[in-house]
Ligand binder design. Structure first.
Ligand code: SF4
Length: 340
């Protein structure tokens, strides 16, 4: 059902002899209540719900496995073509966040990422992205207040489907889930054309840019596919986005011991970030099986943060909330698919 537009659903109901407003009722219920199955859509008759289950299934993604911890639950879904997709719901006292995938696998090949080492399969369709949000809501009975595109894939390389999904998540019921655009974050490794295009959208979404290193050589080792976009071009595109969208951009920086965590690299980073309003989010590396990188010692993490803060760059250190649930993107999928 989520794969159908409002018009297609209304046409289906009409072909069954049902009034068009019933289709609106269904969409409104699903986007307002968060349901796991048609059985929970109590404003439709039992007969209609049974027919819908047979002829227009509510969701296409089938749950394969769930991995739950105190602060996060990770789901693995199987799409209609067998593709495996991961999503995570992260619970903090002040917010609940759905971390969504935008692609099956990823072509960026980040050296520290389980998804990157598994390669790229295909783009997700808009409804497959929206479904991750709705299904996590329906199955956990917890509605996420925020959405981040930080799961599998590079969202700006699946631009049209991701933006269509963002518009559905942002639109009020019955068109969508009614999440404020400012609570939706697109995270990119720096796809310059995508950032420039996003700057022209009339959407107040947040942008997070995964920089991970202040110099081309280190960055090229960590994100091989990002060599296409020099850091200076990324910074120019981000400044354009920041100016047009009037948004504060977040820079994500995974801290790897002895690779990108030195005081000199913090100084270089300041040179890049000082030119526009932004904040930095430092992410101490979460170990991935088969990956040689190490998490820096706490004192080195704090030294890096203090250097940025001394230069008046708001900086936080974000710790993964899912070490015990294969929370680094791609880990659960790799384990279930048997590729580790
Ligand atoms: S970190 Fe993100 S961009 Fe890099 S390979 Fe993993 S999914 Fe792709």
């Amino acid at each position: 059902m989520t794969a159908m537009s409002a018009e297609e659903l209304a046409a289906l109901f009409k072909s069954w002899g049902e009034p068009a407003f019933r289709a609106t009722q269904l969409r409104d219920f699903v986007f307002r209540q968060g349901v796991a199955s048609y059985e929970q859509v109590t404003n439709l008759s039992k007969e209609l719900r049974q027919r819908l289950s047979r002829e227009a299934p509510l969701y296409e993604l089938a749950p394969v496995e769930t991995s739950a911890g105190d602060e996060a639950t990770k789901w693995l879904w199987r799409a209609g073509d067998g593709a495996l997709i991961e999503s995570v719901q992260i619970r903090a006292p002040e917010r609940v966040t759905s971390c969504l995938s935008s692609q099956v696998g990823c072509a960026m090949g980040c050296a520290f990422c389980a998804t990157g080492s598994s390669g790229f399969e295909r783009n997700l369709q808009a409804h497959e992205i929206v479904e991750q949000y709705l299904q996590m809501w329906g199955r956990s009975t917890t509605r996420s207040s925020h959405v981040v595109f930080m799961g599998m894939g590079e969202p700006l390389l699946n631009y049209d489907a991701v933006l269509a999904a963002v518009r559905t998540l942002n639109s009020p019921p019955p068109q969508g889930a009614g999440i404020a655009a400012r609570r939706i974050t697109l995270s990119t490794i720096g796809i310059v054309p995508g950032i420039l295009r996003l700057a022209t959208e009339k959407l107040q979404v947040e942008l997070a840019v995964s920089l991970h290193a202040p110099d081309e050589e280190t960055r090229g080792q960590l994100i091989p596919a990002a060599k296409r976009y020099p850091i200076r071009d990324i910074m120019a595109a981000v400044e354009e986005f920041s100016r047009r969208a009037r948004r504060l951009v977040t820079y994500e920086y995974v801290l790897l011991a002895g690779v990108n965590d030195s005081p000199e690299q913090a100084g270089e980073l300041i040179g890049l970030l000082q030119t526009h309003p932004c904040k930095a989010n430092l992410i101490p590396f979460n170990p991935v099986a088969g990956c040689a990188y190490q998490r820096p010692a706490l004192k080195d993490q704090e030294r890096f943060k203090a250097i940025l803060e001394k230069a008046h760059i708001p900086t936080t250190i974000r710790y993964s909330k899912g070490g015990s649930i294969d929370a680094a993107c791609g880990q659960l999928r790799r384990r279930v698919a048997g590729t580790t």
